[in-house]
Design a protein around this ligand. Structure first.
Ligand code: MG
Length: 281
């Protein structure tokens, strides 16, 4: 694979990603795919998706797990509803995660990604040990299928994530680094955080956010088009090079419709220009 191929966060059915039509019309050849709901994970549907992606010349690099009942309405709701942290839904979601790993395997995708939820900063919090165990279980299931498991950044500080990695202790655990989330959740500075966890980064979201007070819901900023926010995208790419990451640059823009497509097109142009500048044309 060429270094830093451009990618787009994509959906078929469920999730906020762009559609496959947008991907092909923009001439992009890698995507991360939000896992569709159960009925769309049936083998015959998977065969159809696989054919559609193959016909379009598009490689699915990460399948992202998401669950019914998750809400990003405000930060307390995220803490209570997202990922494998909430205890009430953990067992059912672990089972669904395994089904999503199977879906990814059928699709020919070697990585499953997830917002695992807010990993407690305090390792003596009773939730902590349970989340470590859940992550180990997913890693081991992935390992049997030759897959990796990537955690999305943003809901905890880089050093908390690093300790969590050590405690999970699985070689196929990786990070999907999303610099904008660190601003949105107000958890950390994106570039120093990337340096801290850099050796574990296996995929990224190219997403931007602006720090803003008074957003409400506990949010510390708002998501904006790539290059318009406080991440410092040129420095983000230079730091990816520094930590040795040359995998896909997957654009994530969490709005829909024509504006999403326009912003993604501009993000592609920005990333191509920076890639030529930083890696040499
Ligand atoms: Mg993201």
């Amino acid at each position: 694979m060429e270094k830093w191929p451009i990618g787009i966060f994509t959906s078929v059915g469920a999730g906020l990603g762009a559609g496959l039509n947008t991907v092909t019309s923009l001439g992009v050849h890698t995507v991360q795919l939000h896992a569709p709901h159960g009925p769309d994970r049936a083998p015959e549907r998977v065969a159809q998706f696989k054919q559609q992606f193959a016909d379009a010349g598009v490689q699915v690099t990460v399948v992202f797990a998401g669950f019914e009942g998750e809400s990003y309405a405000d930060i307390p709701t995220v803490q209570a509803t997202v990922g494998l942290v909430p205890e009430a839904t953990r067992a059912a979601r672990l089972a669904e995660t395994k089904a999503i790993c199977d879906f990814a395997a059928l699709l020919g995708c070697e990585t499953v990604g997830m917002h695992i939820g807010f990993v407690p900063e305090d390792a003596s919090n009773p939730l902590y040990a349970g989340v470590v165990k859940a992550a180990q279980e997913v890693c081991d299931y992935c390992q049997q299928r030759g897959q990796r498991f990537n955690l999305e950044t943003g809901q905890e500080k880089a050093d908390v994530l690093l300790r969590f990695f050590q405690d999970v202790g699985r070689e196929n655990l990786g990070i999907n680094f999303d610099p904008a989330n660190l601003i949105l959740y107000g958890t950390d500075e994106p570039i120093p955080a990337l340096r801290t966890v850099g050796k574990h980064v296996r995929s990224v979201h190219c997403k931007d956010a602006k720090r803003q007070e008074g957003v409400g819901g506990g949010w510390a900023g708002v998501e904006v088009a790539l290059g318009q926010g406080d991440v410092n995208i040129p420095l983000f790419l230079r730091t990816l090079k520094e930590v040795g990451y040359f995998g896909p640059l997957t654009i994530e823009r969490e709005i829909s419709g024509e504006q999403q497509k326009k912003d993604i097109a501009e993000a592609i142009a920005l990333l191509q220009r920076l890639r030529d500048e930083i890696l040499g044309a």
